[in-house]
Design a protein around this ligand. Structure first.
Ligand SMILES: [Zn+2]
Ligand SMILES: [Zn+2]
Length: 79
């Protein structure tokens, strides 16, 4: 069974994923970046997604979701 992952990504105010790098000197975001307003996570095994303004809170929710995949038995196949 493939390992299930849910990667947390930073998002802008309009919901697009931020791939800009933070300047190492603390001078703010890269040119073109509208600023990070929150975080989003999506599951590699299902269509679960979650958003939150705080990365730590989202990471906690993410971990709970990943745990649910381990504890819940696979749905019976009704053919
Ligand atoms: Zn950005
Ligand atoms: Zn999932």
């Amino acid at each position: 069974m493939a390992r299930i992952t849910a990667t947390i990504k930073a998002v802008h105010a309009d919901g697009t994923v931020c791939t800009h790098k933070r300047r190492s000197n603390g001078d703010g975001d890269e040119p073109g970046c509208t600023g990070r307003r929150g975080y989003t996570a999506s599951c590699s095994a299902c269509d679960w997604t979650e958003k939150h303004g705080q990365q730590t809170v989202l990471a906690y929710t993410r971990d709970q979701h990943l745990r649910s995949h381990l504890t819940q038995p696979a749905a019976p196949v009704s053919a």
